[in-house]
Design a protein around this ligand. Structure first.
Ligand SMILES: Nc1ncnc2c1ncn2[C@@H]1O[C@H](COP(=O)(O)OP(=O)(O)OP(=O)(O)O)[C@@H](O)[C@H]1O
Ligand SMILES: [Mg+2]
Length: 236
């Protein structure tokens, strides 16, 4: 099967510090890949490189058939992202935020469909009056504009209420299974990742120390939290 994302030999230094060390992994169409790692491991940095917010020192990223360095614009058209806490023009309403994103991408947007998908209510208020969870929902909605084939979601369930967490799980599963969208998601909430991810990658101190299929863990009745903690402490 053709890969939707391929990360090859990515390394990144900040000053003298090696933050990412020769990272290699790929994601298939419709696959949900959970990127796990302790605070400071390099998850956000890696995601920023994949969406071209940061430049790698070495290595290569391909999205669909496009090389990020050579065909940046075409590659990025395939991607929607939410990195850390999303930033918005606070005086805009949710509808305006989504329309602005569509204008930026040069595509059409069905605002109502997206707002329904992310369960954003009272969306006619300006963003400055939104709660944390409402902003998070809007951030995910913005990532969906343009129907991307790949979603990069950095801690997307932060700040969501229990109902929001469940709705997000259902949304991600629906996108992956029914629309063949691929998702790279990071979270410290391992019970959630265990429920949505097909494959797990564990990153520690800038190195991808382990990859495993969730089905493999499930078949062996190993819970993700124990597995993660074992892997992270084993390689200390
Ligand atoms: N702009 C920057 N300049 C210098 N160092 C940075 C910069 N951004 C990140 N770092 C460092 O890179 C390392 C990885 O940070 P990163 O934010 O990628 O970790 P993370 O895995 O996302 O952690 P968390 O789980 O806390 O979100 C950390 O040591 C951090 O201090
Ligand atoms: Mg982070």
């Amino acid at each position: 099967m053709n890969k939707i994302l391929e990360v090859s030999h990515i390394s990144k230094e900040f000053g003298q510090q090696l933050i990412l060390n020769d990272i290699n992994f790929s994601i298939l169409p419709g696959q949900i890949y959970g990127l796990l790692g302790p605070n400071g491991a390099g998850k956000t940095t890696l995601m920023k490189i994949i969406i071209s917010l940061l430049e790698a020192d070495r290595g290569n990223v391909s999205i669909g058939q496009f090389d990020l360095e050579i065909q940046r614009e075409a590659a990025l058209k395939e991607v929607g992202s939410l990195i850390e806490t999303p930033a918005f023009y606070e005086h805009l309403t949710a509808k305006q935020v989504l329309e602005l994103q569509a204008a930026y991408l040069g595509c059409q947007v069905n605002v109502k469909t997206i707002l329904d998908k992310v369960g954003l209510k009272n969306s006619d208020k300006a963003v400055k009056a939104y709660s944390l969870g409402m902003k998070q929902r809007l951030g995910i909605g913005r990532a969906l504009v343009g129907n991307p084939q790949l979603l990069i979601l950095d801690e997307p369930i932060n700040g969501l209420d229990p109902q929001g967490v469940r709705e997000m799980r259902q949304l991600l599963q629906d996108l992956a299974k029914n629309e063949n969208v691929s998702i790279l998601i990071s979270s410290h909430i391992l019970s959630e990742i265990a429920q949505v991810a097909d494959k797990i990658g564990i990153i520690k101190e800038g190195q991808l120390i382990k990859e495993v299929e969730m089905a493999e863990l499930n078949a062996e009745h190993i819970d993700l939290e124990s597995y993660f903690l074992d892997q992270v402490s084993f390689t200390r």
